[in-house]
Design a protein around this ligand. Structure first.
Ligand SMILES: Nc1ncnc2c1ncn2[C@@H]1O[C@H](COP(=O)(O)OP(=O)(O)OP(=O)(O)O)[C@@H](O)[C@H]1O
Length: 593
């Protein structure tokens, strides 16, 4: 069978088809009229000469004869088009007259030229006469080369030297043609036999080809059933195909960073999935390592890092192919945040989040590289999402939160923390803090009621899940600041936290914007910022980003305070009112979530 995927020819085909349909239906009408006329004439009692006379004079017969004559003349004269470059001509005319020929006319004339030049069909090589009868059924596949890659990879059978299509990339040229499939054996490329060649040599033949590429293939008999999916995941790790020697085709690889959302379109291969990074305006997908493969390479990578603890499942290949919604946590102990109106430098957090996987060093770790996500649009009847601010100590998380609540206390509210310290004279239980005994506090820790908690100067402080729920239930937007330890605790079905990372600006801007600001440290309350503070802040920011960037829904660079406040307001509005990617188990809760 001979196939063509020359998409560019479609308009011309349409043109020809329309013309053909018109003449066919016209002739059909004439012939129907003839039959009807004869029937009516025969029913009347008229003599033969009269019938013959009226028949020969009938307009429909005249038309039919004219058509016949035209066709005969066409066969005799084989008329050639007067011009085969009318679009050039129209361009020249439009240039000279400084008038732009309408787009439609241009397109029409260029269609005319294509037809006149008869270049709308690939010229196929003549069929060889000496094809033995027993030769396998072959297919000639003709693809029109354009700027896009072919979107297929090939492999060589090392024993027979035969070349096969290894995989066809979803949405690529080969895939859209529907003519090449994984497992098809390629015999020739543009008449050039490829058996025994190295795959790179075959690719060179394809690369050298101009215009159309003609593949002679033996189609695979049992085509594998493709596992086409529409799965969206958030990448929990960085991946760069250029640095991955195991990828079957580097050029087909899709690079991604932590937090990127990927649309997985094919999971047929257990090792290499096909995906697009969102937002995407390309049709063609690319290769990404499957969840199991990525887990394996992460394990190899992390096992070389002496200070990183990791929990690994024994049999990685036995893990379900589909993503599990655990989080990828690595030990991290830089500057803990204290939302309890204390400076984090003075607040020693001892928060532990409940996590099913714990390594011998007591790190909270679950290894997962992709997190399944869905697009979520909060409905007006849903509670607001929790807003959790996160950033290195001193960057301005508390300042931003404070200003936000001050600006609109009817909309925004913090969660009232618990403490074991005694109330000061002006403090009221339930307003500044929930004052409680150590026994009650310990019991709350035991029952995992805290999102995070910590100790400062012998007293315990903690933010409970109920305190956050109370604010949300009251119809307000709850805004808290958290330490990285609390990320997993707030990313749940009931709180649906939107995590905003507050990032320090570059050093110069830090110096400039903080020249009149004060910092509270372990030893000083409200002293001017020093360069060491900025360096420490930047170092803590680097660590935070390298370990937790995958959980940031948004990043705000806190340079000019007013601008940051405006940006924060806008971000929170979008988080509540516009569709966002969220873990799928928030929407389809599992027993674990
Ligand atoms: N954009 C900014 N420009 C100038 N000063 C700022 C800016 N953001 C914050 N500050 C000031 O920096 C100081 C530290 O801010 P803040 O207390 O909010 O830090 P933090 O991130 O909450 O850290 P910690 O919890 O350790 O206090 C405050 O004096 C605050 O007013």
């Amino acid at each position: 069978s001979v196939n063509s995927s020359a998409g560019a020819n479609v308009p011309i085909h349409h043109l020809c088809l329309t013309v053909a349909c018109m003449s066919v239906s016209g002739l059909r009408q004439i012939l129907t009229d003839v039959v009807e006329e004869v029937r009516r004439t025969l029913n009347q009692d008229i003599d033969g000469t009269e019938i013959l006379h009226s028949l020969l004079n009938a307009p429909w017969l005249q038309s039919l004869l004219k058509v016949y004559e035209c066709l005969q003349r066409y066969l005799r004269e084989s008329p050639a088009p007067v011009l085969d470059y009318t679009s050039d001509l129209s361009f020249q005319v439009s240039q000279q007259s400084s008038l732009n020929a309408p787009l439609l006319l241009d397109a029409l004339l260029s269609a005319h030229d294509t037809v006149a030049q008869k270049n709308y069909e690939p010229v196929l090589p003549p069929m060889s006469d000496d094809v033995p009868d027993e030769e396998e059924a072959t297919r000639i596949v003709c693809l029109v080369k354009n700027k896009q890659p072919l979107g297929a990879t090939i492999k060589r059978n090392e024993i027979t030297g035969e070349i096969f299509v290894a995989r066809v990339i979803h949405g690529g040229l080969a895939d859209r043609s529907g003519l090449l499939h994984a497992g098809d054996r390629i015999i020739e490329v543009n008449g050039f036999p490829v058996d025994g060649l190295e795959p790179e040599q075959v690719i060179q033949v394809v690369a050298r080809a101009q215009g159309t590429i003609i593949f002679k293939v033996v189609p695979i008999t049992d085509r594998p059933i493709h596992n086409h999916t529409m799965l969206y995941v958030r990448a929990m790790v960085d991946y760069n195909p250029q640095q991955d020697p195991t990828i079957p085709c580097t050029d087909a690889g899709v690079s991604f960073r932590k937090g990127d959302v990927l649309e997985i379109v094919d999971q047929t291969d257990a090792l290499w999935w096909q995906a697009k990074k969102l937002p995407s305006n390309v049709a063609c997908a690319g290769l990404i390592p499957s969840s199991n493969l990525l887990k394996r390479s992460q394990r190899d990578l992390l096992s070389y890092q002496p200070h990183t603890c990791i929990h690994i499942q024994e049999d990685l290949m036995a893990i379900d192919e589909k993503c599990v919604e655990d989080c990828f946590f690595v030990c991290f102990s830089a500057g803990f945040r204290h939302s309890l109106r204390l400076c984090r430098r003075r607040f020693h957090s001892i928060a532990q989040i409940s996590c099913p996987a714990k390594c011998s060093n007591n790190c909270n770790i679950a290894l997962n590289c992709y997190e399944e996500v869905v697009r979520y649009q909060r409905s007006s009847s849903d509670l607001y999402r929790l807003i959790a601010l996160l950033g290195p100590s001193g960057v301005g998380v508390n300042e931003l939160r404070r200003r936000l609540i001050e600006m609109d206390p009817d909309t925004f509210q913090g969660a009232v923390p618990y403490t074991t310290r005694a109330p000061k004279g002006y403090e009221e239980s339930g307003r500044e803090y929930h004052f409680t005994s150590r026994e009650v506090f310990d019991n709350m820790v035991y029952k995992s009621r805290f999102l995070e908690y910590g100790e400062y100067k012998g007293n315990l402080y903690g933010t409970s899940r109920e305190a956050v729920r109370d604010v949300l239930n009251s119809g307000k937007i709850c805004v808290i600041d958290i330490e990285p330890n609390a990320i997993q605790a707030v990313r749940t079905h009931d709180l649906r936290a939107y995590i905003i990372y507050v990032k320090p600006p570059p050093l110069e801007q830090l110096r400039e914007t903080r020249k009149d600001s004060y910092i509270t440290t372990d030893y000083y309350v409200n002293r001017p910022f020093k360069d060491e503070d900025f360096q420490e802040m930047e170092e803590a920011a680097r660590k935070l980003e390298s370990h937790y960037a995958q959980f940031f829904d948004c990043v705000i660079i806190n340079s000019e305070l007013q601008e940051s406040c405006d940006q924060l307001l806008d971000t929170i509005r979008k988080a509540q009112d516009e569709p966002q990617w969220v873990p799928s188990n928030w929407i389809r809760p599992t027993t674990d979530s």
